[in-house]
Write a protein that binds this ligand. Sequence first.
Ligand code: NIG
Ligand code: FE
Length: 499
Amino acid sequence: MIHNFLNVYCVLREYILFLMYAISSCKSIPQVSFECINFSFWNQASEVRLTSSQVALLKVSRTLHCKMKCFSVSWKTFIKHSGIELNLALINIKQLVTVPARGKRVKTGAEMRDLGVLENAAVIIEKDTITWIGRMEELSMGSLKESDVLDCIDKVVMPGFVDPHTHLLFAGSREDEFAMRNAGATYKEIADSGGGILSTVADVRDATKRDLKKFARRHLNAMMRHGTLTVEIKSGYGLDIETEIKMLETISELNEEEVISIAGTFLGAHAVPPEYRDRKREYVHEITERMIPYIGTKGLANFCDVFCDDGFFTVSESREMLLQGKRFGLSPKIHADELSASGGAELAAEVGAVSADHLEHVSDNGIAALAKAGVVATLLPGVSFVLNHGYAPARKLIDAGVPVAISTDFNPGSCMSYSMPMMMTIACTQMHMTPEEAITASTLNAAAAIQQSDETGSIEVGKKADIILLDLPNYKHLPYHFGENHVVKVVKNGVVLEF
Ligand code: NIG
Ligand code: FE
């Protein structure tokens, strides 16, 4: 009883201190409601030794951020202003999976099976950066001074997942299509009858930024609980300049406000909007002459993507838009060869795309072109699982030397799942990837698919501390023991987060 009272007292005291700090250092005053506070986290966090009251305050505030859906203070802003130097040591790690890049941007062929596994290991993090990795017996106790210690006994520790292809920002849902498809309707038939992408476009045009953020936050928090610490999000449910900008601004604000790291992609060429139904040429012109120049100049996105496929945009239209994107600083990405072998992979190689995504129907020529140009093939096992339209030839791609990544493609139509481990299971059982390849494809190669493998995707000295703890006997259980979330804690930018 007294213990509980003390817990509540400590949390409230720290919370009030934090509010005072936040009000004095942030422009916006936090919108918080006390019903949202979950007091139980104080006990859960007790294994982390706190070195000062400042660190205690920081930890409480960071944990609160994840606990409270209505919390509106920017965590990144808080860290930036806090000036707190926080070191963290992960000790007694049963199995450490490092996925070493060994100085490369991406892994290909047999390198994808090299996970750099260490047993009984430790990792030292200074602020947000990994500074030491080794076995427990090599760890000097002196290096633990001034560190918070996280005991990882019986845990597998590995890099946080990177999900490099999602359509996470949307409104509404399309569960009826799911049932229609299972009864025999095809993806294209649903799209042609005004459903599919265009029905989400109508919902997103009607939604405010605030609505979009509310839905997105729910998904982003769930993603982090499933171990994804970096995600790419596309626009493409606006298809007019105002709504595309609204989506990209929302994505970039979420990147500032949320703990998860977000890369933004402009996908104006996701479909032809209804008002341009018989005037596709004019819509392409609108993209190249109005949308790309505005978005590129304002720095609203990192990448420009196109849906290059039958019934959507041709190779020559896609080339025109991607080259214009490049002129305005947007690196190219392509939804390629999903519905048929339409030349998307070849175009990706030609324009030097960062990634070619989907590739369910990629041709042998396309595979050779991707290998030669070093384009990352981002495969989307969940889409094939849901649409039942065949799987990308992962084995052929890996054996040909194409760097392969895996992603969820999380979207309301073709894959309503943000579980990277589930994608790994499908990649292993249906696409014949090995567990080691599936792990590399979800971490280092996935980071390369969004040009972030220099800072995340592996546990190596000098990289950002984006790390997850799994309650599993060894990494091979990750794709094998499917349908359950094994992530027990995540470390994002060197900060331990409780859920
Ligand atoms: O990657 N292929 C095109 N676009 C998405 C689907 C988006 C949707 O159906 O809303 C995809 O699968
Ligand atoms: Fe997609």
